[in-house]
Write a protein that binds this ligand. Structure first.
Ligand code: SF4
Ligand code: SF4
Length: 313
């Protein structure tokens, strides 16, 4: 697996980061132990960092695998706004992952300079944690062009995790071209960048090679988080990125299956899910409805529904 340097200040890591949302309970694709086996399999094949987040609720799932691989680095993220919330998030990650020192910690889903200003206290706390050696590298994840531009100028920021794929799916405030320009700007400032939603949350799953090629060719994006929930998906992605031939049987095994978010008929129309969707993909017509084109199947909405109405199938 190709090793890459994450920006001026980041470490050397494998080109692929294991996107653990795909094995988390939020997506419900695999059981806890099946997910652990897929992660273990990817690590054995050279993937040496894992992307998670407080919201994924999978620290306990990752912990035993990470304990067996202390050199594997972890990224986590939180929505903390205040310093106190950030302290709690860091403690939760340290205990949950059983790591005294956290490799990367990011502010989750920052949209612009305004949202970063709103999270100023949490950011300052993160910088303090970096100073004391509790966290090694800090940054943000973002679905927004304005988020990438603001993140690039954020003092002390080392890495960013922007949404980027060949059709611009999931970018909430601009075009693909604008996102590429923002990424080039961040690159000039030496920020480490690893791509999110390379397959557009499944929308580009029918042409995975084009999706991988596109992101790999973007100057400034050094690495990518790939959500993988089966050994076949690991094999496929890693073989492709290594320039190896994909056996027919493997191509068939990862053949794209259309997935979608469904709303159960007992939805009460409370609107809670609409508030947390980063894509604005939900709307109310007495009950919650999904705009399937906008939905990137992140699963964030399912966790807030008090009636367990939302499921990815
Ligand atoms: S509706 Fe929104 S929150 Fe729910 S899975 Fe789709 S993109 Fe994610
Ligand atoms: S949170 Fe659940 S009950 Fe409320 S609108 Fe969304 S799907 Fe319906």
């Amino acid at each position: 697996m190709r090793a890459v340097k994450l920006g001026f200040r980041g470490p050397m890591v494998s080109e692929v980061c294991f996107g653990s949302l795909a094995i988390s309970p939020l997506q419900g694709r695999v059981t806890e132990s099946e997910g652990q086996a897929v992660l273990e399999y990817a690590i054995e094949r050279g993937v040496n960092w894992v992307d998670t987040a407080e919201i994924y609720a999978n620290y306990a799932q990752l912990k035993p695998v990470l304990a067996r691989h202390p050199d594997v680095r972890v990224v986590s993220k939180s929505y903390a706004v205040t310093g106190e919330q950030m302290r709690r998030s860091l403690e939760m990650a340290r205990q949950g992952l059983q790591r005294d020192v956290l490799d990367f910690f990011l502010l989750h889903e920052q949209e612009s300079a305004l949202t970063l200003r709103g999270h100023r206290e949490a950011w300052e706390e993160l910088l303090r944690a970096k100073e004391t050696g509790m966290v090694r590298w800090v940054g943000i994840s973002t679905h927004a062009v304005a988020g990438v531009r603001a993140g690039a100028l954020q003092p002390g920021l080392d890495v960013m995790h922007p949404i980027i794929n060949r059709q611009g799916i999931g970018i909430i405030d601009g075009t693909l071209e604008e996102m590429l320009e923002a990424i080039a700007f961040a690159q000039e400032l030496g920020i480490g960048l690893y791509a999110m939603k390379v397959f557009g949350g499944g929308h580009l799953g029918h042409s995975p090679q084009e999706a991988l090629d596109f992101v790999r060719a973007i100057p400034g994006v050094q690495a990518m988080a790939l959500g993988m929930s089966s050994q076949a998906e690991v094999d496929y992605n890693l073989r492709f990125l290594a320039g190896q031939k994909i056996p027919e049987v493997l191509a068939r095994a990862v053949q794209h299956r259309e997935r979608k978010l469904v709303v159960a008929e007992w939805c009460q129309g409370c609107g809670k899910c609409l508030e947390v969707c980063p894509q604005g993909a939900l709307y109310l017509e007495e009950q919650a409805k999904v705009n399937a084109e906008a939905c990137v199947l992140c699963g964030y909405c399912g966790r807030v529904c008090p009636h367990f109405c939302l499921k990815i199938v």
